[in-house]
Design a protein around this ligand. Structure first.
Ligand code: HEM
Length: 67
């Protein structure tokens, strides 16, 4: 899945957008709240692996971390 997304530039902002779409979809589904929460938790972690472009803020923060 990570490989499939490499041609695209995906910053954290895109991840937040993606999760927003997933939330809208989950809210419409007729499944238990527990199942929704479980799938949401999975997406929240999994989606981090798709981010392949750091934002200026992250670059700045990682620089600060190494001081
Ligand atoms: C953190 C952000 C993202 C996540 C977590 C994510 C996750 C996924 C997942 C789970 C699929 C597979 C859907 C399936 O089962 O068929 C998928 C497919 C795809 N995603 Fe993303 N995606 C993200 C952002 C993006 C962005 C920003 C783009 C393009 C600008 C993109 C382009 C695609 C394309 C083209 C496919 C279809 C590939 C194919 O089936 O041939 N994704 N993505």
């Amino acid at each position: 899945m990570v490989e499939m997304h490499k041609p695209f530039s995906i910053p954290e902002k895109a991840r937040v957008e993606w999760l927003g779409c997933m939330r809208e979809l989950l809210e419409e589904l007729n499944i238990s709240d527990e199942a929704k929460q479980e799938f949401w938790d999975y997406c929240e972690v999994f989606s981090k692996h798709m981010v392949n472009k750091s934002t200026n803020l992250e670059a700045h923060m990682s620089l600060a971390d190494h001081r």
